[in-house]
Design a protein around this ligand. Structure first.
Ligand code: SAH
Ligand code: MG
Length: 210
């Protein structure tokens, strides 16, 4: 994979989110290598942190990035849970809404002509999805059912030679939930994907050429 000097259009530390800089750089580099061949998709944008890493690479390649999120937060983002941020609570509708933060991030990062937000549940978005992807990044719901929907719904659309990236892979249950690791193992067992690299908890796979 080609290494790039990554210079981001925003102060990434000021963007709310859950993307480690080394993982973000690896995402950026993978997208930079892949996006020449077609659009990239991200499942789970939250306030746009990973979107900036991926989108900056897509923009440099003249490619589009589909950024899918219902913007109502995952289980662990809800009030009372470990990763809740009260700023994201919309009292008018009694629910979380990360969309305003996401839009602000995308505008500040000058990615409005690169990023296409898809604001719905991944199950709905998958129903008629038929666009080949040069890269798919899965970082949505971490319940096994959700991770399976994302994997089953979208990984078949990754082009041969394309990239499947999965976040929050912990082989030891002491370090975190197992759903992302489960779909990572499924992808390998399917014979459709081969391991490329592991950067902290970010697993990178490549769809095998047949
Ligand atoms: N990639 C982000 C973090 C994502 S957090 C970053 O870099 O900071 C996970 C996100 O997945 C949340 O914003 C949540 O709303 C979204 N999500 C969870 N389950 C989902 C589903 N079934 N469909 C769409 N989005 C979902
Ligand atoms: Mg994550």
């Amino acid at each position: 994979m080609k290494k790039t000097d990554i210079s981001l259009p925003v102060d990434i530390d000021a963007v709310k989110g859950f993307m480690d800089p080394a993982e973000g750089a690896a995402l950026h580099d993978a997208a930079f290598g892949a996006a020449e061949r077609g659009p990239v998709m991200e499942i789970g944008s939250y306030c746009g942190k990973s979107t900036v890493y991926l989108g900056t690479a897509c923009k440099a390649r003249g490619a589009l990035l589909y950024a899918l999120d219902h913007h109502r937060g995952s289980e662990e983002n809800q009030p009372g849970w470990e990763h809740h941020d009260p700023d994201t609570w919309d009292a008018r509708v009694d629910a979380m809404d990360t969309m305003p933060f996401f839009r602000s991030t995308i505008r500040r990062a000058q990615l409005e002509d690169t990023v296409i937000a898809i604001v719905t549940k991944s199950r709905l978005a998958a129903r008629h999805w038929n666009i080949p992807l040069s890269m798919l990044f899965i970082d949505g719901g971490h319940a096994l059912e959700m991770a399976m929907i994302d994997y089953r719904g979208f990984s078949p659309h990754v082009m041969q030679g394309g990239i499947l990236a999965i976040h929050d892979i912990f082989s030891d249950p002491k370090d975190g939930g197992q759903a992302p690791y489960e779909i990572y193992k499924l992808a390998l067992a399917s014979g459709m994907f081969e391991e490329l690299a592991m950067v902290k908890s970010l697993g990178l796979l490549r769809r095998i050429l047949v």
